[in-house]
Design a protein around this ligand. Structure first.
Ligand SMILES: *[C@@H]1O[C@H](CO)[C@@H](O)[C@H](O)[C@H]1NC(C)=O
Ligand SMILES: *[C@@H]1O[C@H](CO)[C@@H](O)[C@H](O)[C@H]1NC(C)=O
Length: 443
């Protein structure tokens, strides 16, 4: 029945040729429905972007149009001929440019490349022109880049670099291995005792303005080895949430806290968003439980989603090269039958429901950064939200025209009361991030 509603909304939009801003759907659609809607909406927004004139020489691959799925990993060589990094778009209009006769590695680790003359797991394609590549010994003649797909969706790998982050917690990296070398997409600082990522980090540049749309989600989220004895697939169901919470605050109150109406239930809140990554292969690597934390769906689809969208667009428009640290802090407390505040976890005493979700955007070259924070509790009275925001820092965004691009509704507790801090101020309350210096706000 819900699906019918979504289809009706999409069909109506199709007819009108314009989709409502996703923020208007925050209190209507659930997790999966919202993600599907967001994808349609982002596709609509991307179609409004200017199209650059094509280069007269070399190859141009459009992020939406010239990339096939199941998608290989694409790697580029450095100036002395070593494979060294993922292929990336240039500018902010969703196009990859490769020079005439430049080689690009096409890799399907543990699978084989499709539509080729000779079976290969990894091969080097040579740019001919437009969207065409050649491959001596494995391709007959030229082929469209997008026809080089993998025999199945690739499995991203988790890599333990044996490195620690804040307070002795462990760094975990996520990426792909190609011919025995690991290529990172994002990293996490993980607290194994609480089973919670303190933060994840990844790059955001203007190229992230346009991501590949119509990328199917993997069928399940992966716990890997990080959640022993805990079944997150079950714990994230609304029935389990009511049940576990009921053990702490009583079943009757739990039934009032966790409701489908107004999307007041805990969703798998992506830390690094699916749409923060350009390529299908990278987007699919976001579905690890170390990259999620319990977030009220009304907030996930509310101010948190606006922050994700607006910050990405701002980085693209301003030409910033940033690292984004997305993390969580604190534990949500809800009153029990005796009006005592109780810490809320997804399981008995593990996987806390964080009180704060934050994004710190930092640009190394300018040494500027800003911390954006959303309070993850739609049940708080406004005065209480204001009070616990003030405990973290002095807000920098309200009545500051430098942040006019951030069109969230920061005073609405039911979609996530929100505020911003200088990085120094943020650190004095939330000390988790690695050291870096800032000389001012990034806006
Ligand atoms: C991890 O690093 C520590 C030192 O930081 C070292 O003692 C240990 O042997 C390393 N473990 C592995 C598996 O490399
Ligand atoms: C990935 O590559 C790294 C070396 O860069 C290696 O240590 C690791 O075992 C590989 N992981 C998998 C799953 O193949």
């Amino acid at each position: 029945m819900r699906l019918v509603l979504v289809l009706a909304v999409l069909l109506a939009a199709e007819a009108a040729k314009v989709l409502k801003d996703p923020s208007e759907m925050a209190l209507v659609l659930d997790e999966d429905e919202f993600e599907a809607y967001l994808d349609e909406w982002l596709e609509q927004e991307q179609s409004k972007l200017p199209q650059a004139p094509p280069y007269s020489r070399g190859c141009t691959f459009k992020i939406n149009g010239d990339l096939g799925q199941p998608q290989p990993v694409y790697l580029r060589f450095d100036s002395i001929g070593r494979v060294h990094r993922y292929l990336a778009a240039e500018g902010n209009i969703g196009q990859i440019h490769v020079n005439h006769k430049e080689p690009v590695v096409i890799a399907c680790p543990e699978q084989v490349i499709q539509n080729v003359a000779t079976t290969r797991e990894v091969a080097t394609a040579i740019c001919e022109n437009n969207n065409l590549v050649s491959g001596a010994g494995w391709l007959n003649g030229n082929r469209a880049f997008g026809e080089l797909t993998c025999s199945a969706h690739l499995r991203p790998v988790i890599y333990d670099p044996n490195r620690s982050c804040w307070n002795g917690h462990s760094v975990i990296l996520v990426g792909y291995n190609v011919t025995g070398i690991f290529y990172q997409l994002y990293g996490a600082c993980f607290d194994q005792n609480l089973m919670q990522s303190l933060y994840v980090w990844y790059d955001q540049t203007p190229a992230h303005a346009v991501h590949q749309t119509r990328v199917p989600r993997p069928s399940t989220w992966q716990p890997e080895t990080f959640f022993p004895g805990v079944n997150l697939n079950t714990l994230y169901t609304q029935a389990s949430q009511r049940n576990v919470l009921g053990g702490h605050v009583g079943q009757e109150l739990a039934g009032r806290y966790i409701t489908r109406t107004n999307q007041r239930f805990l969703a798998k809140g992506h830390l690094a968003a699916k749409s923060d990554f350009v390529f299908a292969s990278a987007q699919r690597a976001t579905f690890f439980y170390i990259n999620a934390a319990p977030q009220w769906q009304c907030i996930n689809a509310g101010n948190w989603n606006r922050l994700e969208q607006k910050l990405r667009a701002r980085i693209a428009a301003a030409g910033y090269n940033t690292v984004i640290y997305t993390g969580t802090y604190g534990v949500v407390k809800l009153p029990d039958q005796n009006n005592r505040l109780v810490d809320i976890f997804l399981s008995q005493r593990q996987v806390p429901v964080p009180l704060y979700f934050y994004k710190v955007a930092y640009e190394e070259s300018s040494q500027r950064g800003t911390a954006f924070i959303t309070i993850n509790n739609p049940h708080l009275p406004l005065a209480e939200a204001v009070r616990i925001a003030d405990e973290i820092c002095e807000d920098q965004c309200r009545r500051n025209s430098d942040f006019d691009w951030l069109t969230w509704e920061p005073d609405r507790v039911e979609i996530g009361y929100s505020f911003c801090c200088t990085v120094d101020d943020f650190r004095s309350s939330i000390p988790h991030l690695p050291r870096f210096q800032t000389i001012g706000l990034l806006y």
